[in-house]
Design a protein around this ligand. Sequence first.
Ligand code: NAD
Length: 355
Amino acid sequence: MKIAILPGDGIGTEIVAEAVKVLKSLDLKFELEEAPVGGAAYDAHGHPLPDATLSLAKSADAILFGAVGDWKYDQLDRPLRPEQAILGLRKHLGLFANFRPAICYEQLTHASSLKPELVAGLDILIIRELTGDIYFGQPRGRRVAPDGHFPGAEEAFDTMRYSRPEIERIARVAFEAARKRHKRVTSVDKANVLETFQLWKDVVTEVHKDYPDVQLDHMYVDNAAMQLVKEPKKFDVIVTGNMFGDILSDEASMLTGSIGMLPSASLNDKKQGLYEPSHGSAPDIAGKGVANPLATILSAAMMLRFSLNQPEAADRIETAVKKVLAQGLRTPDIHSDGTTKVGTREMGEAVVNAL
Ligand code: NAD
């Protein structure tokens, strides 16, 4: 089992170090190989995704990724910015299916911005299509407006597009995932306004015929944003496009108390995957030793389950995380009265001890 370790920038290096400790404490044999990515790779090699890092990622069964980015790179041309490394990895590895579970741990219900009764026991899975939609659609650019409300003015434009096969494959991923859960899929679209999402809705409905045991509902994205804070527990699996998924998954992350608790997985059709916390490089707390490593540790658990076929080891890590929360250990982002504040390293070590 070969794992590429790409810590990246900011808190990325701190949190990945803890997840690596957890992996090494399991009775499993891994080949772990580290490479720079993002701003760290730009500083060392002049590119956020150097060839050596990309070929390591391609040759690995799975990638454990920290986070990339820092304000100091904001002046760089877009292709050289740290965040391009993630887009490049998604594109080169064909990572089209992004899994973001939002689970509210019993001990953290009070850390949520919603009333505890709304989030207690929350366990939803957002599946976001990751390689299409308005983020990748061509053409895009800036120009002098040929028409519109202000002809002759400077304007910018992007293209939203999805093809039938792209929608079919993500719909299948969602129905398969729902079969292993509570067998309900909510497909989120904006079919009332956008052609792209009318096709989305039609294709998801067609694919659903192959999964009669799974219940399918359709919901407009504006309503989904509302329902996620009104009655989040009514969802099981949400499947949606790249941009809507980006926004809704961040919204869902706050239901669970902290973005520092949320893992994610991005998979291709060979089950090769990139595993990373849902948050960024948090430059505001980098180097302080206070970042919550649990999202990254839980991402390592997802990696064991989805790419490395080690579901028991994944269960063990998730149980160990619950155990340290039950012990009352909290990094500052999830700390509340009556619990013990710990740093990144202490939290990682507590998980290792619980294992
Ligand atoms: P962010 O997720 O880095 O931080 C948002 C807030 O959450 C900050 O207050 C931060 O301190 C806090 N936070 C994040 N992770 C935490 C953790 N593990 N423990 C405790 N607190 C945590 O988002 P941002 O501030 O918008 O972006 C910072 C940089 O990260 C930018 O350069 C952005 O482009 C980049 N970014 C990278 C990724 C990625 O690598 N996948 C994702 C999002 C943002």
